[in-house]
Write a protein that binds this ligand. Sequence first.
Ligand code: KIV
Ligand code: ZN
Length: 534
Amino acid sequence: MTIEHTKIEQIKGEQKEQNPKKSDRILIFDTTLRDGEQSPGATMTLQEKLQIAELLDEMGVDIIEAGFPIASNGDFEAVSQIAKRSKNSVIAGLARAITGDIERAGEAVKHAKRGRIHTFVSTSPIHLAHQMKKTQEEVLEIIEKTVTQARNLIDDVEWSAMDATRTPLEYLARCTEAAIKAGATTINIPDTVGFSTPEDYYQLFVDLIEMVPDSDKVIFSTHCHNDLGLAVANSLAGVRGGARQVECTINGLGERAGNAALEEMVMSIRTRADVMPYHTGIETTHLAKISKVVSAAANFPVQYNKAIVGKNAFAHESGIHQDGMLKNAQTYEIMTPESVGIKSTSLVMGKHSGRHAFKEKLRGFGYDLGDNRFQEVFERFKSLADRKKNVYDEDIIALVDDEIGSAGDLIKLVDMEVVSKTSGEHRCDMVLDVEGETISVSTQGSGSVDAIFNAIKKGVKANPHLLLYGVDAVTGGTDAQANAHVRLEMDGRIASGRGAEPDTLVASAKAYLNAYNRLMVERGASAQGAMAKN
Ligand code: KIV
Ligand code: ZN
């Protein structure tokens, strides 16, 4: 075999040497930047993707699926930039079972220290009949041809059977055999529609590994969607059945109900080593930070009670629990907040804090801003400190994310005044900077937020459909900053935006404008279009 020094060799070596029951190494394949970005409205900028990839690499992710290079020039650029910068992780580019896709993916990952082409084709009867309009024999030929093409470009090739869990076992085994013969080094068995159960998924791996010749020469992988809330349980069952790679995303981001959440997979394996004798290479203290970075970049708030990284994941409310915690944290905590990188909220700085200390603080959070951006953020921090008694770490992170997230916006809020009443129409007077031109508008609405959104629509002369609007407080207290989220749809494109400000209404206006600005940027729509063609 020509694959030298790859992860696969290392893992197989480790497995041979060690008692597999005691210490099986599980490869973590992160697809936040590909499947995660396919969440409606979760498109990220190149800078955001580079930042996330760097963090994933640093925290020990084995394989980063950086995008779908054929989908758009933006995706291609992101995958190739990430490939060039990667230090340890294998960088994968997705490709349909189409010659052009595979060439483009190969081109995008070729500068990685270790690159991978990940090619997939549907195998289930329902996909073959309605989407692909191909026979089983034709798909087998496609697998042989496309995996061979990929293997001629690169040594590390992953093949995925899309909708594998609704594919008859015998046919899936024939497809897997064809992919291995053609040179695939990783075989992924996705539960594309989140239909499987842990028992079914476990048995599927056991059967496939037993039935398919040379199955011991490749790594089997799980890829579970969360439509029934079983993605993590199914992935762990797949591991028990013999899979040694799990595909997952930060915060469980992904198509529809999302993918298996990386942080849940990793912490389950770590916390329940007694019943799951596996280990990963993830530095778990990075989990809280990357969760925040992904949430901000994708404009996807993390639900409060989300396992591992939700705001409430380590909060203890009831008297009995608090009493137990004070006596011994282990009474109600199965893992420590520190083990996932959560620090207790700390009061950081006030209006007298200097620029040097502030810069150091930002560095500690992983932000390295250029001089101009730093100056803008520092001024916003000073103004926040003037208005807010206590400025916490979370306030600063929200402020910087807001500044970074809206950096490329061509339409900006200059000023606004809102009149709220207990009855009758609410009014909003707004001044916008639309690509350098100042525009003033006055509108009414059934509520303050309605009036604000109407003002923006009037100012930009467009009428996007509002899919989602929400506000949460960054910290406690009535002077807390508001974090507003907006998701808009227009002409088949979806984009999300966020705004953080001490005033809820200003935050809402900024979130709407941020989403509208992102709608205007040509990205994401083509990626989703390309997926739809498969
Ligand atoms: O869910 C799925 O089947 C996928 C494939 C492209 C691997 O995301
Ligand atoms: Zn998927």
